[in-house]
Ligand binder design. Structure first.
Ligand code: HEM
Length: 346
């Protein structure tokens, strides 16, 4: 059987983005409205996007673990669970409320704006938007902290292989997992560092974006702690971080979004960044960056998204009722993730 068509997970790199995270209102009526909305998403993307075909408008829609149960019930994606928090209290990857994720990308901010408006309209009070971030591409793919971001992303067939669910979960083939976090930066502190120190923190040179030699790259660099290997091969995720901010309010941020065919590699990276590898050897980028939101979502294939309206309401599973407020780091320390270890470590 052919793999169902994925949503635009591996969509092109664009200049603008809107991230919307919404919670689902209680009750059958709200759930029915969200289900009925799902099949219309692709038509809205076509209607808005065709007005400026060169602007590459796309939209990815995902659902949290709790929302999946409340909206669609069984069967459910095999690896979907509430977001797991990582790290000590002063350096925590927080879980925050959020049931529906919309990742809207285009080369023009007006298309993102129009699509976001059109998508939210039919939902009415069936959802409440709890986070909305309008991001922009910053010069030559720079992150807010001034380094080129996205260099090591997989591309083409490799990107599909790392992000799209296949035979491991046949009912959800063509789907993907998205982990999203909003970070705020202490730019004053970051900019006070010598460029050489910043480069050791990221693990790459700032101007030319060349990876530092392993001999000089610290084990606590962002690059070292987010490089994963399984059976001698690198396990990658697909990232499309976007800077955002309000200079007048002193807000400078990075919206992180990572896609993978299982949440495990992204969670493993988070563990290394926030807890450390070994514990304590954490990512020094976090001394200047604070995660203020966190959510894990399943992104059904485009075909399944179109068919979800036919699913019925199901009672939520007890385990997911507390959903975003729970912290489950111990669940990730039993070695069961089995996605390999840090490059060069045992
Ligand atoms: C404060 C938020 C973040 C910023 C500003 C940031 C920035 C960067 C930069 C500048 C690079 C180097 C260029 C590149 O290969 O893309 C990078 C690499 C990378 N980041 Fe992040 N990142 C952030 C958060 C995260 C998070 C939360 C994860 C995963 C959970 C992550 C995973 C990765 C990976 C896998 C690489 C490639 C590493 C390699 O192969 O060398 N990043 N990031």
């Amino acid at each position: 059987m052919e793999t169902p068509e994925p949503q635009a997970v591996c969509g092109p790199i664009t200049h603008s983005v809107i991230f919307l995270v919404a919670t689902l209102a209680p009750g059958d009526e709200a759930a029915a409205r969200v289900r009925a909305w799902c099949p219309g998403i692709s038509a809205l993307v076509r209607s808005v996007g065709k007005r400026v075909p060169s602007a590459n408008l796309s939209c990815v829609c995902g659902f949290s673990s709790g929302a999946w149960d409340a909206l669609f019930g069984e069967p459910r994606p095999a690896s979907l669970h509430p977001f797991r928090e990582w790290g000590p209290s002063g350096r925590l990857a927080v879980a925050t409320p959020g049931d529906v994720l919309l990742h809207i990308r285009a080369d023009r901010a007006d298309l993102c704006f129009e699509l976001a408006t059109r998508l939210l309209e039919p939902l009415g009070d069936a959802v409440s938007v709890v986070d909305e971030v309008h991001g922009f591409r910053y010069f030559d793919m720079r992150s807010m902290v001034g380094f080129v971001d996205g260099t090591e992303n997989p591309a083409g067939r490799e990107a599909l292989a790392f992000t799209i669910v296949g035979d491991e979960d046949p009912a959800f083939a063509g789907g993907s997992y998205a982990l999203a976090q909003k970070y705020l930066h202490d730019m004053k502190g970051w900019n006070a560092l010598p460029v050489e120190t910043q480069e050791r923190i990221i693990g790459r040179t700032k101007l030319s974006d060349i990876e530092l030699d392993e001999a000089v790259k610290p084990s606590w660099s962002h690059s070292s702690l987010t490089t994963l290997e399984e059976n001698g091969a690198e396990v990658k995720i697909l990232r499309d971080n976007m800077p955002f901010g309000r200079p007048g309010a002193g807000e400078f941020g990075t919206y992180f979004i990572g896609y993978a065919r299982s949440p495990a590699p992204i969670e493993h990276m988070l563990e290394h960044m926030f807890v450390g590898n070994p514990p304590g050897n954490y990512d020094r980028l976090l001394d200047f960056s604070r995660a203020v939101t966190g959510g894990l979502f399943f992104v059904p294939s485009a075909d399944l998204l179109a068919a979800l309206a036919a699913r019925g309401p199901q009672p939520a599973r007890v385990a997911d009722v507390a959903d975003t407020s729970v912290s489950l780091p111990e669940a990730c320390h039993d070695g069961s993730l089995n996605i390999g270890s840090l490059k060069g470590s045992a």
